[in-house]
Design a protein around this ligand. Structure first.
Ligand code: FDP
Length: 343
C-alpha cells in the first residue's frame, strides 16, 4: 500500500518539530479542514439542492450575495469560533472584525478568510475556492484586541492557503516551511498529500488578466501586457493567455505550470481606483504561498507582503507568480516612474 500522509498527520508531525508548540495551531487547522470538507460537499451538490443563485442580500463589497457564499461563510464562522484558539476572525463577507465571544474559549490566533472566492462562477459550474490567512495577536491577551492585531503586514502571516473546488478538491497551504498540496479523497474523506513541496517555475509561460479592461489601465500596465504578448520577451514568443476569473483557480494553475496572475489598478470604477482584489483576504495569502514556492508578488512598486494594511477591505493592484515575470513587472513600473521624475 503506498504511503499516504493525511493533512492532519502532516500538521502533527510539523508540530512536533516546533519547540514549545502547544497544539493550538493544530486545533485551528483541524477546524479549517473540517470546514473545507463540509463546503466541498455543498459545492459538489450544487445544481441538485437549492444552493445556486442569490440570497437577495448585498455584502460589504456592494456585491450580491450568493447562497453558497453565505453558506460557506456560516460554516467557517461557526466551526472556527469553536476552535477555542482564536481571538478574532474577519471575512470578506462581513464589514467588521468579529471578536470571538467571551462565552467561548479563546486563544491568540486570528484568521481572515474569503469563504468562497470567484463566486460569479458558482452557477456555471466553474472552479471556486476558499482562501485563508492566519496571524498571531501582538497585543497582550489580557488587553483589549487592537485593530493592529488583525491588520498586520502579510509578512507576519504564520500560515496561509486555499481550498480549490475543482476537478478534485485540493487544500494548498504553507506554514512558512514551503508549500504543500493535499487532495481530498472522497472515498475516505481525507485530504492526502499529493503535491509535496510545490515550487513555482522561475520562468512562467502564462499570463492571466482580465484583458477586457485594458482601455482603463495606465501606461505602465499596458506596457506590462505588451511585454507578455511580445515575441521579444524572455520566452522569445508570446505567453499563453489564460483567465478563468476565479482567483484560486487562476493562481493554482500558474503555481503548477508557471505564469503570472494580474489584477491591476483600473479606472472603471472611481470607488475602486486600486483594482478589485482585497489585500487582507486575497492578495496577502496568495502572495505568501507564491513566495514560499519561490515566486513573488508585488503591487508594481512594493512587495505585497510589505504593505501596511490601512483597513480590512483595502484593495491593491496585484501581480503574482513566477519570479522572472514579477521582476519584469517591477522593472517596467520602476523605469516608468524614473522616466516620470525626469520629465
Ligand atoms: P468574483 O468576483 O467572482 O468573486 O475577487 C473576486 C474575484 O471573483 C476573483 O476570484 C477573480 O479573480 C476576480 O474577482 C474576477 O474579477 P473580474 O470579473 O473583474 O475579472
Amino acid at each position: 500500500m503506498p504511503q499516504q500522509v493525511t493533512v492532519t498527520e502532516h500538521i502533527l508531525l510539523n508540530q512536533k518539530m516546533v519547540p514549545g508548540a502547544t497544539g493550538q495551531f493544530t486545533r485551528l487547522f483541524n477546524e479549517l479542514v473540517l470546514s473545507a470538507k463540509i463546503i466541498s460537499r455543498a459545492v459538489r451538490k450544487a445544481g441538485l439542492v437549492d444552493v445556486l443563485g442569490f440570497t437577495g442580500e448585498v455584502n460589504v463589497q456592494g456585491e450580491e450575495v450568493k447562497k453558497l457564499d453565505e453558506y460557506a461563510n456560516r460554516i467557517l464562522m461557526y466551526r472556527l469560533a469553536r476552535s477555542g484558539v482564536l481571538c478574532a476572525m474577519a471575512s470578506e463577507e462581513n464589514a467588521d472584525i468579529i471578536e470571538v465571544p467571551e462565552s467561548l474559549p479563546r486563544g491568540d490566533y486570528i484568521i481572515i478568510f474569503d469563504p468562497l472566492d470567484g463566486s460569479s462562477n458558482i452557477d456555471v459550474n466553474v472552479n471556486i475556492g476558499t482562501i485563508f490567512s492566519i496571524y498571531k495577536r501582538k497585543s497582550s491577551p489580557e488587553a483589549a484586541l487592537m485593530s493592529g492585531d488583525v491588520l498586520q503586514k502579510g509578512s507576519e502571516q504564520v500560515a496561509a492557503g486555499y481550498v480549490l473546488y475543482g476537478s478534485s478538491t485540493m487544500l494548498v497551504f504553507s506554514c512558512g516551511d514551503g508549500v504543500h498540496g493535499f487532495t481530498l479523497d472522497p472515498t475516505v474523506g481525507e485530504f492526502l498529500l499529493s503535491h509535496p513541496d510545490i515550487k513555482i517555475p522561475e520562468q512562467g509561460k502564462i499570463y492571466s488578466v482580465n484583458e477586457g479592461y485594458e482601455r482603463y489601465w495606465d501606461r505602465d500596465t499596458k506596457k506590462v501586457l505588451a511585454y507578455f504578448k511580445s515575441p521579444k520577451n524572455a520566452l522569445r514568443k508570446p505567453y499563453s493567455g489564460r483567465y478563468i476569473g476565479s482567483l484560486v483557480a487562476d493562481f493554482h494553475r500558474n503555481l503548477l505550470y508557471g505564469g503570472i496572475f494580474m489584477y491591476p489598478a483600473d479606472l472603471r470604477d472611481p470607488m475602486k481606483p486600486t483594482g478589485k482584489l482585497r489585500l487582507t483576504c486575497e492578495c496577502n495569502p496568495m502572495a505568501f504561498i507564491a513566495e514560499q514556492a519561490g515566486g513573488l508578488a508585488t503591487d508594481g512598486h512594493i512587495p505585497i507582503l510589505d504593505i501596511d494594511p490601512e483597513h480590512l477591505h483595502q484593495r491593491v493592484p496585484f501581480f503574482c507568480g513566477s519570479r522572472n515575470d514579477v521582476e519584469m513587472v517591477q522593472d517596467i513600473f520602476q523605469n516608468e516612474s524614473r522616466g516620470k521624475k525626469k520629465r
